[in-house]
Design a protein around this ligand. Structure first.
Ligand code: CA
Length: 246
């Protein structure tokens, strides 16, 4: 049982479990608000933890895509939080950017030694910080850093959550949006229903395999309209792929 419940991720109710999720671990309220504002403006979903214990609990509860970790925290230092996360398999590769007032080279080295992917010294410009976050995400999880995906004549704007095909808007439900995104991140690859369930619905959710077929059908209808070529290929006994050659 954790004493301090982690602050849940604030999500845009209109859409979107798909924004990259950043956990901000910082004890200065004013800085938290500045970070939250700038990160949300840049298209990230933001969760906050005020100390190291809370950060570890929050990560366990709902693993973010990246952690912005202040060095100077009450009770447990950011360095120690970083080390603990690195020691645990599920978070061994979780992108971590250390944030700190200490700008000396020795501290920078210690931060990177503890396993941080990058290091930003305070004071920093929000624009630069966002650029560094995107750079780390791009290196570690390429699909998360990009603001748009495109394949054939389909364009997915991941920030605005809009999809167009040949320039015309395509209206998708949340599940179809996630399905299409998964396909767009791996064009041409065939996924079984079980693989799609794991990646799109999540491993802990019990859904029947035929549910996948229902959503594929909806996605096809939304995407193809009356006349466009069908970009979703059904591979008998194997699954589905996004494939313009099909
Ligand atoms: Ca601090």
């Amino acid at each position: 049982m954790s004493m301090a419940a982690p602050v849940p991720l604030r999500r845009d109710p209109q859409a979107t479990t798909m924004k990259p999720r950043v956990l901000v671990v910082e004890d200065e309220a004013a800085l938290v608000e500045l970070l939250r504002y700038n990160l949300e403006q840049a298209g990230f979903a933001v969760a906050v933890a005020c100390d190291g214990e809370e950060a570890l609990a929050a990560v366990k509860e709902d693993t973010p895509d990246l952690i912005l970790l202040d060095w100077m925290l009450p009770l447990m230092s950011g360095i120690e939080v970083c080390r603990q996360l690195r020691r645990q398999t599920p978070t061994a590769n979780l992108p971590i950017i250390m944030l700190t007032a200490r700008g000396e080279e020795g501290d920078r080295v210690r931060g990177l030694d503890a396993g941080a992917d990058d290091y930003v010294a305070k004071p920093f410009s929000p624009t630069e910080l966002v650029a560094r976050i995107r750079a780390v995400l791009r290196r570690i999880r390429p699909a998360l850093a990009d603001e748009a995906l495109s394949y054939a004549d389909i364009v997915m704007d991941l920030v605005a959550h809009r999809v167009t095909r040949a320039g015309k808007p395509v209206h998708l439900g949340p599940t179809e949006f996630r399905l299409l995104r998964h396909f767009m991140e791996h064009p041409g690859r065939v996924f079984s229903r079980e693989q799609l369930l794991d990646s799109v619905w999540g491993k802990d959710v019990y859904v029947e395999a035929r549910t996948v077929d229902v959503h594929i059908r909806r996605l096809r209808i939304a995407l193809n309209g009356d006349h466009d070529a069908d970009l979703i290929r059904t591979v008998r006994a194997a699954g589905y792929a996004l494939d313009a050659q099909g």
